[in-house]
Design a protein around this ligand. Structure first.
Ligand code: GRF
Length: 192
């Protein structure tokens, strides 16, 4: 079975969607490792509850860049990782990792890329910008990662209608529901 490393920085609800899909057999993959740049990330707690090995690896923790990269590569190799999933990972994955796993790193983004992606487009900013622009649709995208933020070939995208009374928070919540559906689907697609 294919082994996935999930990188997450915050709440980890997308990680949870993957754990649940893997547990019920809908996703034919295992998640042996979760990596976070944030030691307080609830994603780490979710992973530990599911019996997954967790690592806190950040540039702050490993100020020497070569050592930082080597920590990441060692963990990925140790767990025989085939696919890296960035699920709410708020850092740019180092180029060395993207190059080593080229075509095998995917990211979920809460907007219809290529719009509303790139530096500064995270969290509430995205949904605020979508509403400010008067967009009719928003949604979520899973794409293969290259060396730029929120960039690379799109695997799956699903859209929803923006409601006239949507706030950034209501829109974010509805987009997040879509994310939880399409992320496991994207991994399945990758496997196929
Ligand atoms: C999601 O909207 C994800 O796409 C974005 O940050 C949010 C994180 O959600 N990058 P979670 O940590 O998976 O709950």
């Amino acid at each position: 079975m294919l082994s996935i490393a999930v990188f997450a920085s915050g709440n980890g609800s997308n990680l949870q969607a993957l754990i649940d899909a893997s547990r019920c057999g809908r996703l034919k993959a295992r998640i042996p490792v979760v990596i976070s740049n944030n030691s307080d990330s609830f994603a780490l707690t979710r992973a530990q509850k599911a019996g997954i090995t967790t690592y806190h690896i950040s540039q702050k923790k490993y100020p020497d860049y070569i050592n930082y990269i080597s920590q990441l590569l060692t963990v990925l190799k140790k767990h025989d990782i085939t696919l890296i999933v960035l699920a709410g990972y708020m850092k740019l994955l180092p180029r060395e990792i993207v190059d080593t796993y080229y075509g095998r790193v995917i990211n979920i983004h809460p907007a219809l890329l290529p719009k509303y992606g790139g530096p500064g487009m995270y969290g509430r900013n995205i949904h605020q910008s979508v509403l400010a622009a008067g967009e009719k649709y928003s949604g979520a995208t899973v794409h293969i990662v290259d060396s730029q933020f929120d960039h690379g070939p799109i695997l799956i995208q699903r859209r929803l209608l923006v409601n006239p009374n949507d706030t950034p928070d209501t829109l974010a919540a509805r987009v997040l529901e879509i994310e939880h559906e399409i992320l496991p689907q994207a991994v399945e697609l990758f496997i196929k």
